[in-house]
Design a protein around this ligand. Structure first.
Ligand SMILES: [Zn+2]
Ligand SMILES: [Zn+2]
Length: 102
């Protein structure tokens, strides 16, 4: 298998793996390797319907292309805007975001 990112630039380079999300073949230059936290469900021994998720101590490994990595880690537009507004408000303590009784 060839690296997709290299192939679209007209270069033939052997892939070392595939993007976990889009399955594109990736060479060592284009593969982004990150840890992937694993979760497990726990159940209350007395009340079986009471369940919760825990993050396991050892994360797994995940290989991604640059496109999928940036897409999977993006914030939605609303939370990015909210963060920007809150950061601005915290920089200027005199600015308070209060609802005006119109
Ligand atoms: Zn490549
Ligand atoms: Zn991908």
């Amino acid at each position: 298998m060839l690296c997709y990112e290299c192939a679209i630039q007209g270069v033939r380079r052997e892939a070392v793996g595939m993007c976990h999300h889009c399955s594109a073949g990736l060479c060592t230059e284009h593969a982004r390797v990150e840890s992937s936290p694993l979760k497990a469900e726990r159940r209350n021994k007395t009340f079986g319907s009471v369940r919760w998720e825990v993050e396991l101590a050892k994360p797994a490994r995940q290989m991604l292309c640059a496109v999928c990595q940036s897409a999977l880690h993006q914030e939605d537009a609303d939370s990015a805007l909210g963060r920007a507004v809150n950061e601005r408000a915290s920089l200027r303590p005199e600015t308070r975001l209060e609802r005006s009784a119109a």
